[in-house]
Design a protein around this ligand. Sequence first.
Ligand SMILES: [Mn+2]
Length: 393
Amino acid sequence: MNEAIVATTDGLIRPLYEGPLDIVGDVHGEIDALHDLLARLGYYRDGGHAAGRRLIFVGDLCDRGPDSAAVIDLVRSLVTAGRAQCVVGNHELNLLRGERKHGNHWFYRDDDAEHLQRFGPCVMATRGQQEAFLDFFASLPLALERSDLRVVHAAWHEPSVERCRDASGDVLAAYRHFEAALSRSEEGARLKAAHDAQRVQQQGVLRSIDTPPLLADIAAYEAYYQTGNPVRVLTSGLEQATRAVFHAGGRWRFVERVPWWRDYDAPQTVVFGHYWRWWHPASHASYNKGEPNLFIDTAACGWHNNAWGREFACCVDYSVGARFKERQEGRAGGFHGRLAALARARDRLRPRPAFDLSHRRTCHRSRSRLRHPRITRLLPKLIIRGRLPRRVV
Ligand SMILES: [Mn+2]
Protein backbone atom coordinates (compact mmCIF):
# COMPACT_ATOMS: atom_id res chain seq x y z
CA MET A 1 0.00 0.00 0.00
CA ASN A 2 1.44 3.39 -0.82
CA GLU A 3 1.75 6.22 1.67
CA ALA A 4 -0.95 8.43 0.21
CA ILE A 5 -3.55 5.73 0.71
CA VAL A 6 -2.40 5.05 4.26
CA ALA A 7 -2.50 8.75 5.09
CA THR A 8 -6.05 9.28 3.88
CA THR A 9 -7.37 6.05 5.54
CA ASP A 10 -11.05 5.64 4.77
CA GLY A 11 -12.27 9.11 5.67
CA LEU A 12 -13.97 10.20 8.87
CA ILE A 13 -17.56 9.55 7.75
CA ARG A 14 -17.85 5.91 6.69
CA PRO A 15 -20.52 3.46 5.53
CA LEU A 16 -22.53 1.80 8.28
CA TYR A 17 -23.10 -1.96 8.11
CA GLU A 18 -26.21 -3.05 6.28
CA GLY A 19 -28.41 -5.63 7.98
CA PRO A 20 -29.71 -5.99 11.54
CA LEU A 21 -27.79 -4.07 14.18
CA ASP A 22 -27.58 -3.57 17.93
CA ILE A 23 -26.38 -0.07 18.73
CA VAL A 24 -24.68 0.07 22.12
CA GLY A 25 -24.57 3.25 24.24
CA ASP A 26 -21.55 4.75 26.03
CA VAL A 27 -19.82 1.99 28.04
CA HIS A 28 -17.32 4.02 30.10
CA GLY A 29 -15.25 1.10 31.30
CA GLU A 30 -18.18 -0.87 32.72
CA ILE A 31 -16.99 -4.23 31.46
CA ASP A 32 -19.44 -6.35 33.50
CA ALA A 33 -22.42 -4.41 32.15
CA LEU A 34 -21.07 -4.85 28.61
CA HIS A 35 -20.63 -8.62 28.96
CA ASP A 36 -24.10 -8.80 30.44
CA LEU A 37 -25.65 -6.76 27.63
CA LEU A 38 -23.96 -8.71 24.83
CA ALA A 39 -25.07 -12.00 26.34
CA ARG A 40 -28.63 -10.75 26.65
CA LEU A 41 -28.60 -9.62 23.06
CA GLY A 42 -27.60 -13.15 22.08
CA TYR A 43 -23.99 -12.61 21.07
CA TYR A 44 -21.55 -15.52 21.32
CA ARG A 45 -18.21 -15.20 23.01
CA ASP A 46 -16.52 -14.47 19.71
CA GLY A 47 -19.01 -11.70 18.88
CA GLY A 48 -20.96 -13.78 16.38
CA HIS A 49 -24.76 -13.94 16.45
CA ALA A 50 -27.14 -16.70 15.32
CA ALA A 51 -29.28 -14.18 13.44
CA GLY A 52 -26.28 -12.48 11.85
CA ARG A 53 -26.74 -9.35 13.90
CA ARG A 54 -23.83 -6.99 14.31
CA LEU A 55 -22.77 -4.46 16.94
CA ILE A 56 -22.33 -0.72 16.65
CA PHE A 57 -20.67 1.27 19.46
CA VAL A 58 -21.43 4.99 19.75
CA GLY A 59 -18.09 5.83 21.42
CA ASP A 60 -17.01 6.74 24.97
CA LEU A 61 -15.86 3.18 25.61
CA CYS A 62 -13.56 4.33 28.38
CA ASP A 63 -13.05 6.38 31.57
CA ARG A 64 -14.64 6.48 35.04
CA GLY A 65 -15.61 2.79 35.16
CA PRO A 66 -13.53 -0.04 36.64
CA ASP A 67 -11.94 -1.57 33.53
CA SER A 68 -11.70 0.66 30.46
CA ALA A 69 -8.83 -1.41 29.08
CA ALA A 70 -10.95 -4.56 28.99
CA VAL A 71 -13.78 -2.72 27.22
CA ILE A 72 -11.45 -1.30 24.56
CA ASP A 73 -9.72 -4.67 24.10
CA LEU A 74 -13.08 -6.34 23.59
CA VAL A 75 -14.45 -3.74 21.17
CA ARG A 76 -11.18 -3.59 19.28
CA SER A 77 -11.20 -7.36 18.79
CA LEU A 78 -14.81 -7.23 17.56
CA VAL A 79 -14.01 -4.39 15.15
CA THR A 80 -10.92 -6.19 13.87
CA ALA A 81 -12.99 -9.34 13.32
CA GLY A 82 -15.56 -7.40 11.28
CA ARG A 83 -18.29 -7.98 13.89
CA ALA A 84 -18.60 -4.43 15.16
CA GLN A 85 -18.13 -0.82 14.16
CA CYS A 86 -17.32 1.99 16.55
CA VAL A 87 -17.24 5.78 16.29
CA VAL A 88 -15.02 8.13 18.31
CA GLY A 89 -16.46 9.77 21.42
CA ASN A 90 -15.11 12.79 23.28
CA HIS A 91 -13.36 10.52 25.79
CA GLU A 92 -11.38 8.76 23.05
CA LEU A 93 -10.60 12.17 21.54
CA ASN A 94 -9.26 13.38 24.91
CA LEU A 95 -6.82 10.46 25.00
CA LEU A 96 -5.76 11.02 21.39
CA ARG A 97 -5.06 14.67 22.30
CA GLY A 98 -3.14 13.65 25.42
CA GLU A 99 -5.59 15.55 27.64
CA ARG A 100 -5.71 14.41 31.25
CA LYS A 101 -9.28 14.63 32.48
CA HIS A 102 -11.17 13.32 35.48
CA GLY A 103 -11.69 9.62 34.98
CA ASN A 104 -8.95 8.93 32.43
CA HIS A 105 -6.24 8.44 35.07
CA TRP A 106 -6.35 4.69 34.27
CA PHE A 107 -4.74 5.47 30.90
CA TYR A 108 -1.97 7.61 32.40
CA ARG A 109 -1.45 5.09 35.20
CA ASP A 110 -2.12 7.65 37.94
CA ASP A 111 -3.20 5.10 40.50
CA ASP A 112 -3.26 7.43 43.49
CA ALA A 113 -5.41 7.75 46.60
CA GLU A 114 -7.49 10.66 45.28
CA HIS A 115 -8.49 8.76 42.16
CA LEU A 116 -9.15 5.64 44.17
CA GLN A 117 -11.46 7.54 46.49
CA ARG A 118 -13.36 9.17 43.66
CA PHE A 119 -13.63 6.38 41.11
CA GLY A 120 -12.97 3.24 43.11
CA PRO A 121 -10.46 0.62 41.95
CA CYS A 122 -9.69 0.91 38.23
CA VAL A 123 -7.49 -1.37 36.14
CA MET A 124 -4.50 0.62 34.88
CA ALA A 125 -3.44 0.45 31.22
CA THR A 126 -0.18 -1.30 30.46
CA ARG A 127 2.47 0.54 28.42
CA GLY A 128 1.69 -1.70 25.47
CA GLN A 129 -2.02 -0.97 25.73
CA GLN A 130 -1.47 2.79 25.76
CA GLU A 131 0.07 2.69 22.33
CA ALA A 132 -2.27 0.08 20.93
CA PHE A 133 -5.38 1.95 22.13
CA LEU A 134 -4.27 5.23 20.57
CA ASP A 135 -3.66 3.41 17.28
CA PHE A 136 -7.12 1.89 17.53
CA PHE A 137 -8.83 5.23 18.25
CA ALA A 138 -6.94 6.86 15.38
CA SER A 139 -8.32 4.18 13.04
CA LEU A 140 -11.96 4.97 13.90
CA PRO A 141 -14.44 7.16 12.03
CA LEU A 142 -16.37 10.08 13.52
CA ALA A 143 -19.70 8.93 12.12
CA LEU A 144 -21.33 6.07 10.22
CA GLU A 145 -24.15 6.29 7.72
CA ARG A 146 -26.34 4.27 5.40
CA SER A 147 -29.49 5.14 3.49
CA ASP A 148 -31.83 4.88 6.49
CA LEU A 149 -29.61 5.28 9.54
CA ARG A 150 -26.82 7.44 10.96
CA VAL A 151 -24.63 6.93 14.02
CA VAL A 152 -22.53 9.58 15.74
CA HIS A 153 -21.33 10.06 19.32
CA ALA A 154 -22.91 13.44 20.12
CA ALA A 155 -24.44 15.45 17.28
CA TRP A 156 -25.37 14.98 13.65
CA HIS A 157 -24.99 18.58 12.55
CA GLU A 158 -25.04 18.58 8.78
CA PRO A 159 -22.58 21.46 8.09
CA SER A 160 -20.08 19.94 10.56
CA VAL A 161 -20.50 16.47 9.06
CA GLU A 162 -19.79 17.91 5.61
CA ARG A 163 -16.62 19.60 6.85
CA CYS A 164 -15.47 16.30 8.40
CA ARG A 165 -16.27 14.49 5.18
CA ASP A 166 -13.79 16.74 3.37
CA ALA A 167 -11.07 16.49 6.06
CA SER A 168 -7.96 14.45 5.44
CA GLY A 169 -6.06 12.26 7.88
CA ASP A 170 -7.32 10.69 11.09
CA VAL A 171 -9.54 12.19 13.80
CA LEU A 172 -6.65 13.81 15.64
CA ALA A 173 -5.22 15.38 12.49
CA ALA A 174 -8.64 16.77 11.60
CA TYR A 175 -9.19 18.08 15.14
CA ARG A 176 -5.85 19.91 15.06
CA HIS A 177 -6.47 21.28 11.58
CA PHE A 178 -9.80 22.82 12.58
CA GLU A 179 -8.50 24.07 15.93
CA ALA A 180 -5.60 25.84 14.23
CA ALA A 181 -7.99 27.44 11.73
CA LEU A 182 -10.10 28.83 14.60
CA SER A 183 -7.09 30.27 16.39
CA ARG A 184 -5.85 31.89 13.19
CA SER A 185 -9.18 33.52 12.39
CA GLU A 186 -9.73 37.19 13.23
CA GLU A 187 -12.99 36.38 14.96
CA GLY A 188 -11.29 33.69 17.05
CA ALA A 189 -8.54 36.06 18.14
CA ARG A 190 -11.02 38.82 18.99
CA LEU A 191 -13.24 36.49 21.03
CA LYS A 192 -10.27 35.03 22.86
CA ALA A 193 -8.95 38.45 23.84
CA ALA A 194 -12.39 39.51 25.13
CA HIS A 195 -12.75 36.21 27.01
CA ASP A 196 -9.34 36.48 28.66
CA ALA A 197 -10.06 40.07 29.70
CA GLN A 198 -13.42 39.17 31.19
CA ARG A 199 -11.91 36.29 33.17
CA VAL A 200 -9.40 38.66 34.73
CA GLN A 201 -11.97 41.39 35.39
CA GLN A 202 -14.48 39.02 36.93
CA GLN A 203 -12.14 36.85 38.98
CA GLY A 204 -14.04 37.56 42.18
CA VAL A 205 -17.43 36.79 40.65
CA LEU A 206 -16.12 33.56 39.09
CA ARG A 207 -14.86 32.34 42.47
CA SER A 208 -17.95 33.37 44.38
CA ILE A 209 -20.48 30.85 45.62
CA ASP A 210 -23.26 33.22 44.52
CA THR A 211 -24.54 32.62 41.01
CA PRO A 212 -22.93 35.17 38.70
CA PRO A 213 -24.73 36.94 35.85
CA LEU A 214 -24.18 35.60 32.33
CA LEU A 215 -20.67 36.71 31.35
CA ALA A 216 -21.24 37.23 27.65
CA ASP A 217 -17.63 37.35 26.45
CA ILE A 218 -16.77 34.09 28.15
CA ALA A 219 -19.91 32.48 26.76
CA ALA A 220 -19.30 33.76 23.22
CA TYR A 221 -15.73 32.46 23.14
CA GLU A 222 -16.62 29.05 24.53
CA ALA A 223 -19.55 28.59 22.17
CA TYR A 224 -17.46 29.72 19.20
CA TYR A 225 -14.65 27.26 19.86
CA GLN A 226 -17.02 24.39 20.57
CA THR A 227 -19.21 24.98 17.55
CA GLY A 228 -16.49 26.10 15.15
CA ASN A 229 -14.54 22.83 15.25
CA PRO A 230 -16.62 20.15 13.52
CA VAL A 231 -14.69 17.33 15.22
CA ARG A 232 -15.76 18.79 18.56
CA VAL A 233 -19.34 19.15 17.33
CA LEU A 234 -19.65 15.51 16.29
CA THR A 235 -17.99 14.21 19.47
CA SER A 236 -19.37 16.60 22.10
CA GLY A 237 -22.22 18.51 20.48
CA LEU A 238 -23.27 22.10 19.89
CA GLU A 239 -23.26 24.68 22.67
CA GLN A 240 -24.77 28.13 23.12
CA ALA A 241 -24.84 30.86 25.76
CA THR A 242 -26.89 29.46 28.62
CA ARG A 243 -30.28 30.78 29.63
CA ALA A 244 -29.44 30.24 33.29
CA VAL A 245 -25.88 30.14 34.63
CA PHE A 246 -25.21 26.87 36.45
CA HIS A 247 -22.42 25.26 38.44
CA ALA A 248 -20.92 22.03 37.18
CA GLY A 249 -17.60 20.26 37.51
CA GLY A 250 -16.40 22.80 40.08
CA ARG A 251 -17.01 25.97 38.05
CA TRP A 252 -19.68 28.34 36.82
CA ARG A 253 -20.95 27.52 33.34
CA PHE A 254 -21.96 30.14 30.79
CA VAL A 255 -22.73 27.81 27.91
CA GLU A 256 -25.15 24.90 27.72
CA ARG A 257 -25.71 21.97 25.40
CA VAL A 258 -28.00 22.53 22.45
CA PRO A 259 -30.68 19.86 21.83
CA TRP A 260 -29.64 19.71 18.16
CA TRP A 261 -32.25 17.06 17.32
CA ARG A 262 -34.94 19.74 17.51
CA ASP A 263 -33.50 21.15 14.27
CA TYR A 264 -32.78 17.77 12.67
CA ASP A 265 -35.12 17.02 9.79
CA ALA A 266 -33.35 14.60 7.45
CA PRO A 267 -35.16 11.33 6.72
CA GLN A 268 -32.39 9.17 8.21
CA THR A 269 -32.74 8.10 11.81
CA VAL A 270 -29.82 9.26 14.01
CA VAL A 271 -28.68 7.18 16.95
CA PHE A 272 -26.22 8.84 19.33
CA GLY A 273 -24.87 8.70 22.89
CA HIS A 274 -23.14 11.28 25.10
CA TYR A 275 -26.06 13.05 26.79
CA TRP A 276 -26.52 11.22 30.11
CA ARG A 277 -30.08 10.11 29.61
CA TRP A 278 -31.78 8.50 32.62
CA TRP A 279 -34.32 5.75 32.92
CA HIS A 280 -35.98 7.59 35.77
CA PRO A 281 -35.92 11.38 35.39
CA ALA A 282 -35.39 11.82 39.14
CA SER A 283 -31.90 10.31 38.77
CA HIS A 284 -30.88 13.31 36.71
CA ALA A 285 -31.11 15.59 39.70
CA SER A 286 -29.10 13.18 41.86
CA TYR A 287 -26.27 12.28 39.52
CA ASN A 288 -25.90 14.75 36.67
CA LYS A 289 -23.35 17.50 36.77
CA GLY A 290 -25.83 20.32 37.28
CA GLU A 291 -26.76 21.06 33.69
CA PRO A 292 -30.37 21.24 32.42
CA ASN A 293 -32.06 17.91 31.62
CA LEU A 294 -32.50 17.87 27.84
CA PHE A 295 -34.77 14.83 28.00
CA ILE A 296 -37.21 16.06 30.58
CA ASP A 297 -40.16 15.65 28.19
CA THR A 298 -39.10 12.30 26.72
CA ALA A 299 -40.40 8.88 27.84
CA ALA A 300 -37.84 6.41 29.21
CA CYS A 301 -37.37 4.75 25.84
CA GLY A 302 -38.96 7.43 23.70
CA TRP A 303 -37.60 9.16 20.66
CA HIS A 304 -36.70 12.82 20.58
CA ASN A 305 -39.00 15.15 18.74
CA ASN A 306 -37.69 17.73 16.40
CA ALA A 307 -39.45 21.07 16.09
CA TRP A 308 -41.84 19.55 13.53
CA GLY A 309 -42.89 16.72 15.81
CA ARG A 310 -40.99 14.02 13.95
CA GLU A 311 -39.05 11.44 15.89
CA PHE A 312 -35.88 10.72 13.99
CA ALA A 313 -33.31 10.79 16.78
CA CYS A 314 -32.58 8.58 19.76
CA CYS A 315 -29.95 8.86 22.48
CA VAL A 316 -28.79 5.45 23.76
CA ASP A 317 -26.56 6.73 26.58
CA TYR A 318 -28.39 5.72 29.76
CA SER A 319 -25.62 6.94 32.07
CA VAL A 320 -23.82 3.72 32.96
CA GLY A 321 -20.86 6.12 33.14
CA ALA A 322 -22.33 7.58 36.33
CA ARG A 323 -22.09 4.31 38.25
CA PHE A 324 -18.87 5.47 39.87
CA LYS A 325 -20.93 8.08 41.71
CA GLU A 326 -23.40 5.45 42.84
CA ARG A 327 -20.57 3.23 44.09
CA GLN A 328 -19.22 6.22 46.00
CA GLU A 329 -22.53 6.22 47.85
CA GLY A 330 -22.07 2.55 48.67
CA ARG A 331 -24.35 1.11 46.02
CA ALA A 332 -23.14 -2.23 44.63
CA GLY A 333 -26.05 -3.21 42.38
CA GLY A 334 -29.44 -2.03 41.19
CA PHE A 335 -27.77 1.00 39.64
CA HIS A 336 -29.69 3.94 38.24
CA GLY A 337 -27.10 4.31 35.48
CA ARG A 338 -27.54 1.63 32.84
CA LEU A 339 -26.06 0.33 29.66
CA ALA A 340 -28.48 0.18 26.76
CA ALA A 341 -28.55 -1.05 23.21
CA LEU A 342 -31.01 -0.11 20.54
CA ALA A 343 -32.06 -3.25 18.70
CA ARG A 344 -32.87 -2.82 15.07
CA ALA A 345 -34.98 -5.82 14.24
CA ARG A 346 -34.75 -6.15 10.49
CA ASP A 347 -32.93 -4.90 7.52
CA ARG A 348 -35.48 -2.60 6.01
CA LEU A 349 -35.07 0.79 4.47
CA ARG A 350 -38.46 1.82 5.83
CA PRO A 351 -38.87 -0.33 8.91
CA ARG A 352 -42.31 -1.22 10.14
CA PRO A 353 -42.98 -1.06 13.88
CA ALA A 354 -40.59 -3.49 15.48
CA PHE A 355 -41.16 -3.69 19.20
CA ASP A 356 -39.20 -6.00 21.37
CA LEU A 357 -40.71 -6.11 24.83
CA SER A 358 -37.93 -8.16 26.36
CA HIS A 359 -37.23 -5.11 28.51
CA ARG A 360 -40.74 -5.29 30.01
CA ARG A 361 -39.47 -5.88 33.53
CA THR A 362 -38.43 -2.28 33.70
CA CYS A 363 -40.32 -0.59 30.92
CA HIS A 364 -43.88 -1.15 32.10
CA ARG A 365 -44.39 2.44 33.08
CA SER A 366 -43.93 3.70 29.58
CA ARG A 367 -45.51 0.86 27.63
CA SER A 368 -48.53 2.83 26.65
CA ARG A 369 -46.20 5.40 25.14
CA LEU A 370 -44.22 2.68 23.43
CA ARG A 371 -47.33 1.57 21.64
CA HIS A 372 -47.90 5.06 20.41
CA PRO A 373 -47.92 4.73 16.63
CA ARG A 374 -45.34 7.44 16.11
CA ILE A 375 -42.65 5.49 17.95
CA THR A 376 -42.11 3.14 15.09
CA ARG A 377 -38.51 2.42 14.59
CA LEU A 378 -36.16 1.08 17.17
CA LEU A 379 -36.49 0.35 20.81
CA PRO A 380 -33.84 0.55 23.49
CA LYS A 381 -33.34 -2.81 25.05
CA LEU A 382 -31.93 -2.15 28.46
CA ILE A 383 -29.56 -4.18 30.47
CA ILE A 384 -30.41 -4.12 34.13
CA ARG A 385 -28.62 -6.55 36.39
CA GLY A 386 -27.86 -10.18 36.92
CA ARG A 387 -24.91 -12.42 36.39
CA LEU A 388 -24.29 -13.78 32.93
CA PRO A 389 -21.19 -15.34 31.36
CA ARG A 390 -18.12 -13.27 32.13
CA ARG A 391 -16.46 -13.46 28.77
CA VAL A 392 -18.13 -12.77 25.47
CA VAL A 393 -14.97 -12.93 23.43
MN1 LIG B 1 -19.50 11.61 25.51
